[in-house]
Design a protein around this ligand. Structure first.
Ligand code: SF4
Ligand code: SF4
Length: 208
């Protein structure tokens, strides 16, 4: 009998479970997702809970069950405002907010965000980041105008006539953007952050 040598490359690596994927693709080390005991403290603490399709607790149960598409199509992580309340209260020290960012990156990279009820969210974030890079701070009027004109033109008129006028009258909103001093220092910080993030991504093998 001839024994054929089995080439090393042909030894297929077992596909990662969705749970492993989320854990390994979260920068900064193990986010302790496997330690979740489903106590629900995170969902109960979350200010955005009522707007979410599934609470963080439920999302974690779905990740464990391998419900990849359902999770990545959910709006949960798009409604996460990164307040970290869940993380400081979690008895198992699960890095919930960091996992929300991992899910956001995956949903963008794989296009699932388009099916979510918060499909405009990535564009809103991009508009916000553009303003911060240009002026060093958010410019609410420009942000709301650009976002609403692109996605909800009728809402833009209502917004301007209602809340916009009120905020302008009370001096709570600027008509023109104001640039911060030493913007170049902020750009240097952002460049460094990008560099660290790219290095971390390379370390986890190009994952999200
Ligand atoms: S608070 Fe922590 S342990 Fe409890 S459900 Fe949320 S992630 Fe899991
Ligand atoms: S960090 Fe996100 S998920 Fe956690 S409580 Fe705040 S909004 Fe909710």
């Amino acid at each position: 009998m001839t024994i054929t040598a089995f080439p090393t490359e042909a030894v297929a690596r077992a596909p990662r479970t969705f749970m492993q994927e989320v854990i390994e693709d979260t920068p900064g080390g193990n986010p302790r997702l496997e330690m979740c005991i489903q106590c629900g403290t995170c969902g109960g603490s979350c200010p955005s809970g009522p707007d979410m399709d599934y609470s963080p607790r439920r999302i974690f149960a779905m990740i464990e069950a391998g419900m990849r598409e359902e999770v990545l199509r959910a709006n949960t992580f798009w409604y996460c405002v990164s307040c970290y309340l869940c993380m400081v209260r979690c008895p198992q020290e699960v890095r919930i907010t960091d996992i929300m960012y991992t899910l956001k990156r995956k949903a963008i990279r794989e296009g699932y965000y388009r099916d979510s009820s918060a499909s405009d969210a990535p564009d809103f974030s991009e508009t916000f980041v553009d303003a911060v890079m240009k002026y060093g701070r958010s410019f609410e009027l420009g942000l709301a105008t650009r976002y609403h004109l692109r996605h909800h033109p009728l809402d833009a008129i209502k917004l301007a006539a209602g809340m916009g006028l009120n905020m302008l009258r009370r001096g709570r909103m600027d008509l023109t953007p104001r640039r911060i001093n030493n913007l170049d220092q902020l750009h240097a910080i952002m460049d460094k952050a990008k560099e660290i993030s790219q290095a971390e991504r390379a370390q986890i093998g190009g994952g999200a």
